[in-house]
Design a protein. Sequence first.
Length: 144
Amino acid sequence: MACQVDNPPKTYPNDKTAEYEKYANYMNYLYYYQNNELKKIDSSYFKDKYLGLFFGASWCKYCVTFIDSLNIFKKNFPNVEIIYIPFDRTYQEYQSFLKNTNFYALPFDNYLYICKKYQIKNLPSFMLITPNNNILVKDAAQFN
């Protein structure tokens, strides 16, 4: 089961403009909740780590139920850091969704480049990335 991506990016900036850099450097910093406060973390923390990219949204019921599977996955593979790629419609949805997880997340509304790069068409999607940025598993959500 999957939700269709509402607004898949048709294009994104393709030259070295500031707008391009915003999307191309999508992992410069991430957010997480601690003590009910949104905190920022530098991407250098994730160097040499396996990453689980979770493409989801609070409005997608399959994404919400998929969180249980991700929590089990995280317990079994603590060396994988899960990063939420938000497709939420509002900042409030983003915050609420992130508060209910123990995941790191891209900044709100900064998914266009990564969505295009990995050709995300359905939610939830989950892929595993090796420390040297190779895709280990393209769509792990289908194994749920």
